[in-house]
Ligand binder design. Structure first.
Ligand SMILES: NC(=O)c1ccc[n+]([C@@H]2O[C@H](COP(=O)([O-])OP(=O)(O)OC[C@H]3O[C@@H](n4cnc5c(N)ncnc54)[C@H](O)[C@@H]3O)[C@@H](O)[C@H]2O)c1
Length: 317
């Protein structure tokens, strides 16, 4: 299938991987990104740099809350909406405004732009953060969402907007609740990136809490596969978990990284952060049954890829 896709947040961690895969499979891709300052612009420019010369890729530097979306989506069949302001810890206080703008208002504006258009699918990158500290694991799509951070609230609001534009206007929206994505180009603020960086530089790793929190880590290529399946399979108006269903304790991740890098980590435990949940774990039954999705990456293989990638950019002083 050779289709026209819009990928929002194309210069981000997951968006840049999705664009690469779509192009490799023959899709024509318009990517939009506003270079939000959640981490350095240079990192995002480097993410999309290899895509820019490609004939099937058109980059638009633009903010979804202001860009002329009607023109941009004119010939688009599939919308992959990955733009957003990620990160749990920064979503408190004054920055919340920016989470509301980039996660809720931007999504509403995009849904308004597509609501009368005959698009084939609108895939929204939601988050496991919508679950919060639910007591029962694994979390199923039927579990009652109860976000534990302002970020989670904005992701749930956007997911609900997708649901109601489907119900009211027939926008063929599907929301995917990504569980802690990792791999090459992972955002520098995320745990694994910052751990690898600290070990390589011989600096201490800051662990929030006791390190026994568990995360259902999901390799970025698997997330891209799930995202494309959601676009191509005949499902609409639904929500899916995208995870492995195998949560791992943070301290175990550090042990694997130490083995991969061949250096011992120095660990500093600091107070757990507001909004951080104790555990995430996806029930993967629905996505496996309805989309035929099976994650392919074991944690140590995926971590190996991320370490190898980060090692390439590391300059030992
Ligand atoms: N990384 C994860 O583990 C994870 C987990 C769950 C959900 N998600 C969601 O997946 C999506 C991608 O996450 P990521 O880790 O790749 O983050 P990222 O920050 O690397 O990418 C998001 C991109 O969106 C762009 N953006 C933000 N607001 C914009 C706006 N208003 N207009 C245009 N561009 C805008 C940013 O500049 C950035 O490049 C986000 O929506 C995030 O909430 C990520």
């Amino acid at each position: 299938m050779f289709a026209n896709a819009l990928v929002t947040g194309c210069a981000g961690f997951i968006g840049s991987h999705l664009c690469e895969t779509l192009i490799a499979k023959g899709w024509r891709v318009i990517g939009i990104d506003g270079f939000l300052d959640n981490y350095p612009k240079g990192v995002k420019q480097r993410n999309i740099y290899p895509l820019l010369p490609h004939d099937n890729f058109k980059f638009i530097k633009g903010d979804l809350t202001r860009a002329p979306l009607g023109n941009i989506i004119k010939n688009v069949d599939y919308v992959f909406h990955l733009a957003g302001q990620p990160g749990v810890r920064d979503s408190w206080g004054g920055t919340f405004d920016s989470y509301v703008v980039n996660n809720i208002l931007a999504t509403q504006r995009l849904l308004e732009a597509v609501k009368e258009k005959d698009i084939k699918k609108f895939v929204y990158a939601s988050s496991s953060s919508v679950y919060g500290n639910i007591g029962v694991f694994p979390a199923t799509e039927l579990s009652l969402p109860s976000p534990f951070s302002p970020y989670g609230v904005t992701k749930l609001a956007a997911e609900n907007l997708c649901g109601l534009y489907y119900e009211n206007y027939g926008v063929p929206a599907v929301s995917l609740r990504y569980f802690t994505v990792y791999g090459p180009r992972q955002r520098p603020d995320m745990a694994i990136s910052s751990f690898v960086n600290a070990i390589l530089k011989g600096r201490p790793i800051a662990i929030y809490g006791d390190g026994n929190q568990k995360r259902d880590f999901t390799y970025v290529d698997d997330v891209v596969t799930a995202t494309m399946l959601a676009a191509q399979r005949p499902v609409v108006g639904e929500v899916f978990n995208v995870g492995c269903g195998q949560p791992v304790v943070l301290m175990e991740v550090i042990q694997i990284l130490e083995e991969l890098i061949g250096e011992k980590a120095r660990i500093e435990f600091i107070r757990s952060q507001r909004g951080d949940v104790k555990q995430t774990c996806a029930d993967t039954g629905k996505i496996s049954e309805k989309l035929g999705f099976r994650p392919l990456y074991e944690l140590d293989r995926g971590l190996g890829k991320q370490v190898e990638h980060m090692g390439k950019f590391f300059v030992r002083k």
